[in-house]
Design a protein around this ligand. Sequence first.
Ligand SMILES: [Ca+2]
Ligand SMILES: [Ca+2]
Length: 199
Amino acid sequence: MRSLATIQIYRVVGTTQILNYLNNFIMAVPNQEFLWGIFQSVDRDRSGRINTEELQQALSNGTWKPFNPETVRLMIGMFDRENQGQIGFEDFGALWKYVTDWQNCFRSFDRDNSGNIDKGELRTALTTFGYKLSENLLDTLVKKFDRFGNGTILFDDFIQACVVLHTLTAAFRQYDTDQDGYITIHYDQFLSMVLSLKI
Ligand SMILES: [Ca+2]
Ligand SMILES: [Ca+2]
């Protein structure tokens, strides 16, 4: 049976192969007392809600560099049901599970335990998620999401890359009704598609 948090994630971002993969890591949502302890330590100003700065400070990408603010923004947007740019305790369990699942996913693709994802590891990850991308596109992805110019992708940037890829693919598929990989759209449709993306 799916946990409540998993169902919540499905509702928020829809079913995809990424989420199917993340579901390999299903584990029970920790008890409320444990979560409340974490929530209080993250909620530094004791406002009862977690804002982007608080979440960014609480998350680690395995280096001393600050956690990717874009990824923080994406995650707050996913779990912030009231659209206030903050997360209350009622949504914190789902967010906590989402981060933990991504951590496990990241570790499973970081074959050499280097703490980052190189191009080969990214190829394996995206193939597992069901994407068929050319070598050129893989190079472009690494270049775009490698924030520090090392030719590799950190944990936080990996989440951003996967979420962006998923969102763009979903937007494309809305028009690609026969699923042949081609779409013909008017300039107006293109703009409204791009402008409505939450990335
Ligand atoms: Ca707060
Ligand atoms: Ca690696």
